[in-house]
Design a protein around this ligand. Structure first.
Ligand SMILES: [Zn+2]
Length: 357
């Protein structure tokens, strides 16, 4: 394993950022390669601790000569966001200098060729970071971008072109749900990882071995040793299931297909109801992630005028489905989203493009 330090020039003299990358050289150049990164939204740490738990497993595999494909690991992908505090509160989602979401604005290339990336020398630091992350990731068969939600189940975003081929990955990782999407106009990292392959010949795209996903490892507060250990095992099982690592004790490639394939929730992005709050106030949730609700079920009560008659407003399920996520804070403004309800059918309020990953 080789550690190297990436440096990103800041936007003013004397400021720069750095983050480590770890590379494991595979013994078989034809084997599937993998790129893992976490904390692109810098405060989302469940994936960081999962990778911390994964690294000894990779080092053991390397010591035993079991790593077949090249592996690149970036445990903390966003040193700019990591350093952003505003009046004591960490701000890891948007670049304060440009108000741009760190997981938007990635270049959507026409082919998997890093020479097509824009010259960001004259851009802003967040653009340089995004270019560098794509330089590091493009060319790997497996690209995992590990995030988390507010409070939620473990789930994956997957492009429709990779489904159901990626069902073995979802099964190996042990996630609860998969959300399928088909259009990214905003330039998420995942979109920038899959888009270059959408318009190239099938023998180049290799969707049978290609994996690109945004992993949502539950909620922002789910930074926990036991979860980190089990998530690390899930990531490791994926690497074994796709032939990046050999481990005789685990299901080999093909082991998570057929009767062992994914049995969790699979839903189109357009089926998700985000439930914008009708009033501002304090949220009293009646549901939690994982709950199954029927149409008309009480989802939440917003206390908008405490102590007054009529000071509570109830929000009901517009359709039957499963609660995927909810907010971690209980304060809300009118129009902000209360939760994600994975409906059985298309949402009347279906949003195009990406949600909140
Ligand atoms: Zn995120």
């Amino acid at each position: 394993m080789q550690k190297s330090i990436e440096r990103i020039a800041g936007d003013s003299e004397g400021v720069s950022y750095e983050f480590p990358t770890f590379r494991f050289d595979g013994s078989d150049k034809a084997a599937t390669s993998a790129y893992l990164q976490a904390a692109l939204h810098a405060g989302e740490l469940p994936g960081v601790v999962a990778i911390d738990a994964l690294m000894p497993m990779l080092e053991k595999a390397e010591a035993e000569g079991r790593i077949k494909g090249n592996i690149t690991v970036v445990p903390q992908a966003n040193p700019i966001g990591r350093a952003q505090y505003h009046f004591g509160e960490h701000q890891g989602r948007f670049h304060l200098g440009t108000r741009t979401n760190f997981n938007r604005g990635f270049p959507l290339l026409a082919a998997p060729d890093t020479t097509l990336l824009p010259d960001t020398t004259l851009g802003t630091a967040d653009q340089r970071l995004k270019t560098r992350l794509l330089q590091l990731s493009i060319g790997h068969d497996i690209v995992l971008d590990v995030h988390c939600d507010d409070e939620g189940l473990a789930y994956l975003y997957v492009h429709t072109s990779l489904w159901p081929e990626m069902a073995d990955c979802a099964a190996a990782m042990g996630v609860d749900a998969v959300v399928l999407w088909d259009e990214d106009t905003d330039g998420t990292f995942e979109g920038a990882s899959i888009t270059p392959y959408l318009n190239v010949p099938a023998d180049v795209a290799r969707f049978d071995r290609c994996v690109a996903t945004t992993v949502e490892y539950r909620g922002i507060l789910d930074v926990d040793g036991a979860l980190a250990a089990s998530d690390a095992e899930g990531l490791y099982r994926l690497l074994v299931a796709r032939g990046v690592i050999v481990d005789q004790a685990l299901p080999a490639p093909g082991g998570f297909t057929g009767s062992n394939s994914f049995t969790g929730i699979v839903a189109l992005l357009e089926n998700i109801d985000m439930m914008p709050a009708p009033r501002a106030g304090a949220i009293l949730y009646s549901v939690k992630p994982g709950d199954r609700v029927e149409k008309g079920a009480l989802l939440a009560t917003i206390v908008h005028a405490p102590g007054e008659a009529g000071g509570r407003t109830q929000v009901f399920a517009p359709q039957a489905g499963i609660i995927l996520t909810r907010r971690s804070r209980r304060i809300i403004r009118a129009g902000e989203d209360l939760l994600k309800l994975v409906g059985d059918r298309k949402s009347a309020d279906a949003r195009s493009g990406t949600l909140e990953d």
